[in-house]
Design a protein around this ligand. Structure first.
Ligand SMILES: Nc1nc2c(ncn2[C@@H]2O[C@H](COP(=O)(O)OP(=O)(O)OP(=O)(O)O)[C@@H](O)[C@H]2O)c(=O)[nH]1
Ligand SMILES: [Mg+2]
Length: 587
C-alpha cells in the first residue's frame, strides 16, 4: 500500500500532549487496553465490532500527558464497513504514534494490517496481546525477532492482567514523533504482502502440536448442528430461567419488601408532613404519584431483571459464544437477508435497541443495517420492557409470557424474510470471525455489569420522571379520560382493553417499559393482558431509539420504521383480541 506521509498537512498540536491511535484487527483487546490506560469505561466483548465509533481518553506517563484514541478494529486499510472508515479517517487526521495491537493466537492475519500500517510515516509500537491464550495453545512468539522484522518495538502483552501496559507506554514515549503525522492509505499488491507475512510468521512463531483442550473442543462443537443446536437450546433455557426465575426471586426477597415496607411508607410519611390531601398530594404520592412510581417502577420492578440480563449478556459476550451462535443460525438469518454476524446486534437489542442499531455499523451492507434496525425496533423487547413484561405476566400467566416471546420470534423471522426479499441489495458471504472460547474474566465481567446497570439507572431516570409526571397529571386532571374517550373505538372496540389503557400508549413513546407498566395498575383478564403485551411489544421505538434511527438513517427511514411499528402494534394486537374473543366465547 502506498501510504505516503503528508508532512505538508501537519497540523500543530499542543506540544505537551502525545496523540496515540490505538489500532488493530477487531477483537484483539484494544478496548481493554484503552480502559486500563485511561480509566475510562468503554465496552469490550469477545466478538468483532464491539467498538464502532471512536472514544478518546487521557493518561499520564512519566510526567507526559498522552491522549489515546480507541479506534474500531480493521482487518486492513481497504474499507468495507462504516466502522472501518472511521479507522481510516483517524489515520488521516494524524497522530504522534500508532499503537498497533496484534492477537498472538492469530499472528498471520494480524500481520496484514501491521504491514499496511508500517508503510505510514507515523511511528508504530506493536503489542502482541493474548499471550496467555497463545501459550495455552502451544504458540510461542519471538517478539524480539518480530521487532527486527517490523523495524519497530514489539512487546508481549496480557491486557486483562495488566501485563505489558507500562512497557508499551515507555516505548510510546521513546518513539513518538515531534509533530503530528498523518497517513493516507493507498493500494498495495496483496500477493507480495501475503508472501512477506508467511515469511515473517515462519521466522518468529513456533506452534507446538498438541491435543486440543476440552475448552477448544467445546468451542468447535458449538459450531456444528449436532451438538451445537442442543447446546444453544440449553443456553437459552438457562438464560431465560436465570433472568425470569432469578428476577422473581430477587424481587420477592429483596426489592419488593424494601420498596413497599420501607421506602414508600417513608416517602409518604415525609410528604404528609407538608401536604395532606388534594391534587399536589396525589401528584406526589397518589395512584400515579411521581415519588412513589419513581421508586417502584425502575427500582422494584425493572432493576432486578435488567441486572440479571446484564449478567447473562456479559457471559455470552465475553465467552465468545455469540459468534458461534451466529454460525449456527447463519442459514436462518440468510433467509432474512442477513449474514450470521448480525446475531450480535440482534441479541444486543434484547438489552437496548439504541446500541444495537449503532452496532450495525460493523455490518458491511446498507441492506443488512436497515433490516437489523427495523427488526430490533419492531419485534425485540428491550431489557426494561422484558422486565415490565415479567412483572406484568410472571405472576398471572407464564403461558402468556411465553406466547409473547413466541410471537416476537415468529415476527422476527417473518418480517426478516419479507424485508430480505423486498429490499434490494446483496448479502455478502459470512464474514464472521470465530474468537477463542474463553472463560470470562471475573473482573471484566463485574465491571461491565456495573457499568451497564449504572447507565440504565442514570439514563432511565429523566425520561421516567417525565413519563410518570405526565401520567400523574393526565390522571389527576382528567385529561386521560378525554383522550381515552377520543381513542375509545381503537382501545376498547378493536383491542378490547379498558379505556384507561390509553395511558400506556401515551407513555410508551417515552420509554418502552412505560408502555407496559400502567397495565399493572389495572385489573385485566388474561386475554387483555396478552393483547396489551402485544401492543407494547410492537409499539413505537422509544424517543431515544427514534433519535438513533434518525441519526443513522435519516428522517424518512426513522418515520417509516416508527409508522410500521405503530401499525403492527394495533393490527396484530387487534387480531389477537378478535380471535381470542371468539375462542373465549366458544367455552
Ligand atoms: N484471555 C485474555 N483475554 C483478553 C485479553 N485481552 C482482551 N481479552 C478479552 O478479549 C475480548 C476482546 O476485547 P476488546 O477489548 O473488546 O477487543 P477490541 O479490540 O476492542 O474489539 P473491537 O472493538 O471489536 O475491535 C474481551 O472479551 C476481553 O475481555 C488477554 O490478554 N487475555
Ligand atoms: Mg473495542
Amino acid at each position: 500500500m502506498d501510504c505516503h506521509s503528508q508532512d505538508e498537512s501537519v497540523v500543530p498540536v499542543r506540544s505537551d500532549e502525545i496523540r496515540v491511535l490505538l489500532m488493530g484487527n477487531p477483537n484483539v483487546g484494544k478496548s481493554v487496553i484503552f480502559s486500563k490506560l485511561t480509566n475510562k469505561e468503554v465496552l469490550s466483548a469477545n466478538y468483532t465490532g464491539t467498538t464502532v465509533g471512536f472514544t478518546s481518553g487521557k493518561t499520564e506517563h512519566r510526567g507526559q500527558s498522552i491522549s489515546i484514541i480507541d479506534v474500531p478494529g480493521t482487518y486492513s486499510l481497504e474499507t468495507t464497513s462504516p466502522a472501518e472508515e472511521v479507522a481510516i479517517e483517524m489515520l488521516g487526521e494524524g497522530a504522534h504514534v500508532v499503537l498497533c495491537v496484534l492477537d498472538g493466537t492469530n499472528l498471520e492475519r494480524n500481520l496484514n494490517l501491521a504491514l499496511q500500517l508500517q508503510q505510514c510515516s507515523i511511528p508504530i509500537v506493536f503489542a502482541v496481546n493474548f499471550m496467555d491464550v497463545a501459550e495455552r495453545q502451544g504458540i510461542t512468539i519471538d517478539t524480539e525477532a518480530l521487532s527486527r522484522e517490523l523495524g519497530a518495538p514489539v512487546l508481549p502483552m496480557i491486557a486483562i492482567r495488566n501485563i505489558g501496559l507500562k512497557e508499551v507506554l515507555d516505548q510510546i514515549l521513546k518513539v513518538a514523533s515531534r509533530e503530528l503525522k498523518s497517513c493516507q492509505p493507498g493500494v498495495i499488491p496483496q500477493e507480495e504482502r501475503w508472501k512477506e507475512i508467511g515469511r515473517i510468521a515462519e521466522k518468529v512463531q513456533r506452534v507446538d502440536h498438541r491435543h486440543p483442550t476440552f475448552q477448544e473442543r467445546l468451542g468447535d462443537w458449538m459450531l456444528l448442528p449436532m451438538p451445537g443446536l442442543p447446546i444453544a437450546f440449553l443456553v437459552l433455557l438457562i438464560a431465560l430461567g436465570l433472568v425470569v426465575g432469578g428476577g422473581k426471586a430477587l424481587r420477592a426477597v429483596f426489592f419488593l419488601p424494601v420498596t413497599h415496607d420501607i421506602i414508600v411508607p417513608a416517602i409518604k410519611a415525609f410528604v404528609s408532613l407538608f401536604v395532606t390531601e388534594g391534587l399536589v398530594f396525589n401528584l406526589l404520592v397518589g395512584e400515579y404519584g411521581v415519588l412513589v412510581k419513581m421508586v417502584e417502577w425502575p427500582f422494584a420492578l425493572i432493576l432486578p431483571y435488567i441486572f440479571l440480563f446484564y449478567i447473562v449478556l456479559a457471559f455470552l459476550e465475553d465467552s465468545g459464544y455469540m459468534p458461534r451462535l451466529g454460525v449456527l443460525l447463519d442459514r436462518t438469518l440468510r433467509s432474512m437477508g442477513l449474514q450470521g454476524g448480525n446475531i450480535v446486534p440482534l441479541f444486543m437489542g434484547y438489552g437496548c435497541a439504541a446500541p444495537a442499531i449503532l452496532g450495525t455499523r460493523a455490518a458491511t451492507t446498507y441492506k443488512e443495517r436497515i433490516i437489523v434496525a427495523t427488526l430490533v425496533s419492531l419485534a425485540i423487547p428491550c431489557a426494561s420492557q422484558t422486565g415490565a413484561f415479567v412483572a406484568l405476566l410472571g405472576e398471572r400467566s407464564i403461558t402468556v409470557l411465553l406466547m409473547m416471546f413466541a410471537i416476537s420470534l415468529f415476527t422476527l423471522i417473518v418480517a426478516g424474510n419479507i424485508m430480505g426479499r423486498l429490499i434490494p441489495g446483496k448479502i455478502d458471504p459470512m464474514l464472521l470471525e470465530i474468537p477463542n472460547l474463553l472463560l470470562p474474566d471475573g473482573k471484566a465481567v463485574t465491571r461491565k455489569i456495573w457499568l451497564r446497570t449504572k447507565n440504565f439507572m442514570v439514563d432511565a431516570q429523566v425520561p421516567l420522571f417525565f413519563g410518570i409526571a405526565l401520567a400523574a397529571l393526565m390522571v389527576e386532571t382528567g385529561a386521560l379520560e378525554s383522550f381515552g374517550e377520543f381513542i375509545k373505538p381503537l382501545v376498547s372496540g378493536w383491542l378490547g382493553l379498558p379505556q384507561e389503557a390509553s395511558l400506556a400508549l401515551v407513555l410508551g413513546i417515552i420509554r418502552r417499559e412505560l408502555g407496559v407498566l400502567p397495565l399493572l395498575e389495572m385489573d385485566l383478564t388474561t386475554l387483555q393482558l396478552l393483547v396489551g403485551s402485544v401492543v407494547a411489544l410492537f409499539y413505537v421505538p422509544c424517543l431515544a431509539v427514534f433519535a438513533v434511527l434518525f441519526k443513522e438513517f435519516g428522517i424518512k427511514v426513522a418515520i417509516f420504521i416508527a409508522g410500521l411499528t405503530i401499525f403492527s402494534a394495533f393490527f396484530f394486537a387487534g387480531i389477537v383480541n378478535q380471535i381470542g374473543t371468539q375462542i373465549v366465547n366458544l367455552f
